[in-house]
Design a protein around this ligand. Structure first.
Ligand code: HEM
Length: 526
């Protein structure tokens, strides 16, 4: 038996060894890059001496299942997959190959590799589809949706949607309605607060806020999520429960053997199917209502005049480049993509502010100055909140909601000195933000590092919370705007406190808090 001291010593040595290997492999990579790789486009030239694909290090794993057992019986957990990646990078260096279930990924972390990957992904970047989602939609003979489409077909659907969702002017036109929803949300907190200042099941309230906000974008109408006394059997509550269950079960199906592809539908699949269908059917009702309204307006010749209402749907209808089945799937994708991502990020930001009161006070001063005479967030106030924006970025660094993305480059490339053949699946990670190899004092919440005056030089490819290149998150601008409005209004109204143990992240397709979001809301003097 080892004493506690000996155990500590052994683990220190192991940590030291891992770090040494990490540094050594980074040096080797730098040398190889300096010697051999000169081509900007990273196409392999004849003079290049690159290491073989087969030599990329990584856990060996078993036939068919790879290292799946590492995450089911240990030493890691599927719930902490993002943290396991840190250990893998320290063990194998900045690039490693791993098979988990049916998925084989080349994992990268270096900013230069991430940049190369996004630059080499072609005009229509390919990302492996979310297999269970694609499968169920094909099974039900539905459109597979934006996140799973590939190639020219993806580009055809994405183009008109992003014209609405990524154009700053369009996104800014949603400021008043998101502000209205958020005012109702802050009022509901005041109403729902218990005597001790905490709100029962606060997380659910945040989901309602996010669903209501994203509904205004997807359908151009208020869904009614902020109404009082929403019953557990209501469509709103069912949609929220379905969104969460859908992503949980999709994660489990993604990282296990895909039995459903062979017609074997286990319990997880059945739950996944139930959640997907519940969400789809309720969304379908709302979409039908919105489309009927637009058709009526069109008959009355008022479509142009009213096009601000239902603007995404009316724009898609007016473009006539998408089929009605394709148009109908867009709001479903947007609502599914925009609820748990934004709500979990909001909770992580609040947690960081609650546990870093100095930063919260500094932020309060900034918010107070832009909201001096009013409670309403406007375009102008959103342009004058650099510290708030830095707090959001710093939270993405410390608690990334989505731990990276994947690409399938359409030509051979070189990453970390290794040859990567075209069509290989490469996965980027955001966890560099948590590693001292990449950030000074990674466990300290320091929004200042993102301000222009900061002396810390950060390569933004180390932290791309919304992915990158032409296939980056289509909801990015909307999500950032919503989060800025929410946090500004919360901080204007309340001092947010946290009186519980630490909050960590559970790995989901969108990482989730591992404890209830029990914030205490203390009124601020107005
Ligand atoms: C903090 C909130 C959010 C985060 C962290 C986030 C993150 C991401 C990431 C990392 C991707 C993959 C991008 C890539 O492969 O380069 C993505 C894709 C996507 N996101 Fe978001 N997202 C957020 C909010 C939203 C919102 C609010 C919406 C909808 C309004 C949305 C809709 C989508 C869709 C539809 C895709 C697939 C796009 C495509 O493949 O063309 N997301 N998101």
């Amino acid at each position: 038996m080892f004493s506690l001291r000996q155990v500590k010593l052994i683990s220190e040595c192991a940590r030291f060894q891992q770090q040494a290997m990490f540094i050594a492999s980074r040096c080797a990579m730098a040398t190889s890059a300096a010697l051999d790789i000169s081509d900007d486009d990273n196409i392999i030239s004849e003079e290049m001496v690159v290491k073989k694909f087969e030599d990329i290090p990584g856990p060996r794993g078993l036939p068919f299942i790879g290292s799946l057992l590492d995450y089911t019986i240990g030493p890691y957990q599927l719930d902490k997959l993002h943290l396991a990646a840190i250990e893998r990078f320290r063990e194998y260096g900045p690039i490693f190959k791993e098979t988990i279930g049916e998925n084989t990924f080349i994992n990268i972390i270096e900013a230069s590799d991430v940049e190369t990957l996004f630059r080499s992904s072609g005009k229509n970047p390919a990302r492996p589809p979310m297999a269970p989602l694609q499968y169920i939609r094909e099974l039900r003979k539905r459109n597979i949706g934006l996140a799973s489409l590939q190639g020219e077909e993806w580009a055809r659907v994405r183009k008109p949607v992003q014209q609405v969702m990524l154009k700053p002017k369009n996104v800014q036109s949603y400021i008043p309605i998101v502000d209205e929803v958020t005012t109702e949300f802050t009022e509901s907190i005041k109403r729902l607060r218990r005597e001790d200042g905490e709100v029962d099941n606060y997380q659910n309230e945040v989901y309602k806020w996010a669903l209501e906000c994203v509904g205004t974008l997807a359908l151009g109408t208020r869904l009614g999520c902020m109404e009082r006394n929403i019953q557990s059997g209501s469509d709103t509550q069912k949609m929220i429960t379905a969104t969460l269950g859908f992503f949980d079960t999709m994660r489990d199906l993604t990282f296990s053997m895909p039995l459903y592809k062979f017609g074997i539908y286990n319990k997880t699949w059945k739950q996944f199917e139930k959640h997907h269908e519940t969400f789809y059917k309720i969304a379908e009702k709302h979409i039908k209502k919105a489309l009927d309204k637009l058709k009526r307006l069109s008959r009355e010749g008022r479509l142009e005049e009213e096009s601000k209402e239902c603007s995404l749907l009316s724009y898609l209808l007016s473009k006539k480049s998408l089929s009605s089945e394709e148009i109908a799937m867009v709001p479903v994708d947007i609502m599914q993509g925009g609820v748990d991502t934004t709500s979990h990020t909001a909770i992580f930001i609040m947690y960081q502010l609650a546990t870093n009161p100095d930063a919260q006070e500094k932020l309060h001063q900034e918010v107070d100055s832009v909201l001096a005479n009013s409670q309403e967030m406007t375009l102008e106030s959103l342009q004058n909140i650099p510290y708030l924006k830095a707090c959001v970025k710093e939270t993405h660094r410390m608690m990334p909601t989505i731990d990276g993305t994947t690409r399938i480059p359409d030509k051979d490339i070189v990453l970390s000195g290794f040859h990567i053949p075209a069509k290989t699946v490469v996965r980027t990670h955001c966890i560099a933000g948590l590693m001292h190899e990449y950030f000074d004092e990674p466990h300290v919440f320091k929004p200042e590092r993102w301000l222009r005056v900061s002396s810390e030089e950060i390569d933004h490819h180390l932290l791309l919370p919304y992915g990158g290149g032409t296939r980056m998150c289509i909801g990015r601008r909307f999500a950032e705007q919503e989060l800025h409005i929410l946090i500004a209004k919360l901080i204007k109204n309340f001092r947010i406190e946290w009186h519980h143990g630490p909050m960590q992240q559970l790995f989901r397709l969108a990482n989730a808090p591992d404890v209830p979001a029990q914030f205490k809301f203390v009124d601020r003097e107005q």
